[in-house]
Design a protein around this ligand. Structure first.
Ligand SMILES: Nc1ncnc2c1ncn2[C@@H]1O[C@H](COP(=O)(O)OP(=O)(O)OP(=O)(O)O)[C@@H](O)[C@H]1O
Ligand SMILES: [Mg+2]
Length: 364
């Protein structure tokens, strides 16, 4: 089949970031930096501008996987010329991993372009992708259907927050992914810390903060692929927050994801399959399947879950374009969960394509 692979590729400044990561990767380096008050200096070291975009390695691994599935694949970067390039190429199907650029609905750009060109593609439609990219809109839908998700408020200024608010809270940018803007300081215990986070998010990302109740329990992430009755839930991955270096909060922050867990020095951060009892496993899987259904997700998604103080699984956020780093050393959750279900990288990519094609044929 004649396919296009649509993507956004990480640009140069990831090298700056990689350099910083190298200097931090050993345990002793972590200790040294902690001693030098890294918690205060950290944000300046972290440039996350292109964190959501894919590396050349990922893009070429997806291309090779599709070629191994017998397809003829053309790469199309999701830039301003992509509409014309797709129109000329006129592929039979598109495998879309483009996160888009600029604007709060950037992840919806490529699906919208493809709809206009009437080219079928993998993954969720522009509405669902846009809703999931605005974490509050996604939570509103989940709440409507009675699916647990932490209570929240949205604001861009501390004076708009009511005085009787209870701490701790968790503060994150409203419209980001890949842990952008989620630092150790995102867990706040008082008004001063809350104000600092609201200001940081406003100044760095020019967007309001989503202020949520803090979930203190275990954390999981759940990879799903397929649609309707064929929706598969891969083995649950537990985020082992005990492996977060001492002195850092038990959250899967940007620092943990991209600095402390590097290819050279992996944290023991994932447990797959999660070592949990059958009842909890069933509850988490049911919650995620229901979320997939009510959000009208398609073909694949990764859903982050954390237990509240009563051990009830709450949805933290939903990723309709999950990260898929190909090298197992990179600790990427979706490929890891798929491997445990017997799908290697190539099989996983072709499964998503096949599920999308099947959906198209059955008109869903
Ligand atoms: N309400 C909360 N209570 C406790 N921890 C939270 C809460 N919200 C987020 N976290 C922590 O912060 C991490 C990142 O948050 P979240 O998943 O919303 O960000 P993201 O940038 O969209 O992540 P991803 O990289 O998965 O796209 C979570 O994995 C979790 O450890
Ligand atoms: Mg997440």
């Amino acid at each position: 089949m004649k396919l296009a692979l649509t993507f956004n590729v990480k640009k140069e400044n990831e090298n700056v970031f990689a350099g910083a990561a190298e200097s931090l990767h050993s345990k002793s380096a972590v200790g040294k930096y902690l001693n030098e008050n890294i918690l205060e200096n950290y944000p300046e070291r972290v440039d996350d501008t292109f964190a959501e975009w894919d590396s050349e390695e990922t893009i070429s691994a997806v291309k090779s996987a599709l070629e191994a599935g017998g397809h003829d694949v053309t790469l199309i970067e999701a830039d301003k010329d992509s509409f014309d390039k797709l129109k000329v190429l006129n592929p039979e199907f598109v495998f879309n991993i483009a996160e888009g650029s600029g604007g709060l609905s950037r992840e919806s750009q490529m699906p919208a372009v493809l709809e206009m060109l009437e080219i079928p593609y993998t993954g969720s439609d522009p509405v669902t992708i846009g809703i999931c990219h605005d974490k509050s809109r996604c939570k509103e839908i989940l709440s409507y259907y009675g699916i647990p998700t932490p209570a929240f408020i949205i604001t861009d200024a501390i004076h708009k927050v009511k005085g009787d608010i209870e701490f701790p809270k968790f503060v994150k940018p409203l419209h980001e992914g890949s842990s952008k803007g989620i630092l150790n300081s995102s867990l706040v215990k008082n008004f001063t810390e809350l104000r600092n986070e609201i200001v940081r998010i406003k100044e760095t990302y020019n967007q309001p903060s989503l202020i949520e109740d803090y979930l203190e329990g275990k954390e999981f992430t759940v990879a799903l692929a397929g649609n309707g009755d064929d929706l598969k839930v891969f083995p649950i991955v537990e985020i082992n927050l005990d492996s977060v270096p001492e002195g850092f909060n038990k959250i899967y922050s940007y620092e943990v994801k991209w600095f402390f867990d590097t290819r050279e020095s992996q944290l023991d951060i994932f447990r797959c399959p999660a070592e949990i009892d059958e009842k909890l496993e069933k509850k988490i899987k049911e919650t995620c399947k229901r979320a997939f259904e009510v959000l009208r997700l398609r073909d694949w998604a990764r859903i982050d879950v954390r237990l509240d103080k009563n051990n009830v699984p709450n949805i933290v956020e939903v990723n309709p374009l999950p990260g898929i780093l190909p090298d197992p050393a990179d600790n990427s959750c979706f490929p890891k969960a798929a491997r445990h279900a017997g799908y290697d990288y190539n099989a996983l990519i072709n499964l998503v394509l096949n599920e999308a094609q099947k959906r198209k044929l059955t008109g869903n």
